[in-house]
Structures are given as C-alpha cells and as structure tokens.
Design a protein around this ligand. Structure first.
Ligand code: SAH
Length: 216
C-alpha cells in the first residue's frame, strides 16, 4: 500500500480545508493527516480520495465525508488509551482515525461482505482494531464499558444498549433522525448515570438499519 508525496500533499491540503471549515482540535487534524484515506477507496475513486466527499464502498454503503469524520472525532475528545465503541465500521476509515488518536477501538458492522472485506484490509494495513460482525443496536456487551461511543449511521432513536455500555463520565456521539437528515447529538453520561444531551448541526448519513430478525 503506497503513500506517495503526492498523496501526502493532497492530504495536507484536505486538512487545511478542514481547519478552514472550523475543525480546531490539532490532535484530530494530525490523526487525519496520518491516515492515508486513499487506501480505503476502490481504485476507481482514488483521485477523489482527498476531496471532501462521501464515496461508495460496496454493499450500498459510503465512506463518510472527511469533514463528518473530523467533526465526530473532535466531539469525542479522545484521550490516549480510551476504549471506544464504534457502530458502523464501513470501510474502517473512521476506525483508523480513532486508532491513530491512540484509542482502543471496538467496531461493529452488520453488512457481512463489508465486515469481511474491511477485516482483511485492516489486517493487511496493520491497523489494530477489534472488528465485530453484528447488530450495532446491541452494542458489544462483552467488552463494555466504553469511555466513548460513536455511531456512524443515522439512528432513528438512541439505542439504550449504547448508553448502558458507557462508563460514567462517558460520551456518545450519534446522528439522530430517520429521514434524509439527522441532528448530530451528544449524550454525556454523568455521575449516577444522569444524562445530558446536546443537539448540534445537521448531517446526512446512511441509515442505521433495524433488523428485527437479528439473532444475538
Ligand atoms: N465509519 C464508516 C462509515 C460507514 S457508513 C467510514 O468511516 O467509512 C455506516 C455503516 O453503518 C455502513 O457500513 C452500514 O452497513 C453500517 N450499519 C448500518 N446499520 C447498522 C447496524 N444496525 N449495526 C451495525 N452497523 C450498521
């Protein structure tokens, strides 16, 4: 997997654009600068890898916009060594940015073909995250509790399991809404399990699918 000067130059430019769009956490910007986004795209989209766009990654899914990844990552306020639960692995780009920030990432994906492809890719690229195949609405109970939780698909509601699997002092970042648009929502779990909710900007994600027949 190549990462040429040209790729690095394009990535620097992308990071400058993210800064101009209001991303101010230098740790987030550095992490994004260190992850070769073009590795996550099919060859057909290589030259677009550093444009602020979403692209197909197979199984009808998309890699998130760099701005969306930066925005959600900034909200997570990751500290090195924190345990992060990610719902919606997709191609693993957001996962890799979190790993790059020093997080221990546990990520779950419900599309089996995508899960298999991304797991192989992450092994080949030597990016260390624990990937799971399953329904994100359930979280990943065996490895709870998590310091931070991120959902990378539009959720019609906030799944209880994700709140339950978070530590006190933890934070969930989730786009909420079941139409074309979702409101980026932050839930802080305070002492005693008290929840504090903030609603931020509007985004457009692929849906977090509810699968009534999912067997756990
Ligand atoms: N984080 C990804 C974005 C992927 S798009 C990236 O960086 O590119 C959202 C992903 O959520 C898709 O791969 C989709 O298959 C997955 N998804 C949708 N519903 C889900 C569910 N109930 N559980 C787990 N993953 C789900």
């Amino acid at each position: 997997m190549l990462d040429t000067f040209k790729h690095k130059g394009l990535r620097n430019k992308m990071v400058d654009e993210l800064r101009a769009l209001g991303i101010s956490d230098e740790q987030v910007l550095t992490a994004i600068n260190n992850v070769p986004r073009h590795w996550f795209l099919d060859n057909a989209f290589l030259e677009y890898a550093y444009q602020n766009k979403a692209f197909p990654i197979g199984s009808g899914q998309t890699i998130s916009h760099p701005f969306t990844v930066a925005y959600q990552t900034q909200l997570l306020e990751i500290k090195k060594g924190e345990k992060v639960l990610e719902v919606g692995t997709g191609c693993g780009y957001q996962t890799s940015v979190l790993v790059q920030m020093g997080a221990k990432v546990f990520s779950i994906e419900r599309q089996q073909a995508l899960f298999v492809k991304t797991k192989q890719f992450m092994t080949d690229a030597n990016i260390r995250a624990k990937l799971f195949y399953g329904d994100g609405y359930q979280g990943i109970p065996v490895f709870q509790p998590y310091d931070k939780v991120i959902v990378t698909a539009g959720a019609p509601y906030i799944p209880d399991a994700l709140i339950a699997q978070m530590v006190e002092g933890g934070r969930l970042v989730i786009p909420v809404g079941d139409g074309d648009k979702q409101i980026m929502t932050v839930i802080d779990k305070l002492k005693g399990g008290v929840l504090k909710k903030y609603e931020l900007d509007e985004f457009s994600f692929v849906p977090l699918l509810v699968d009534k027949n999912w067997k756990n």
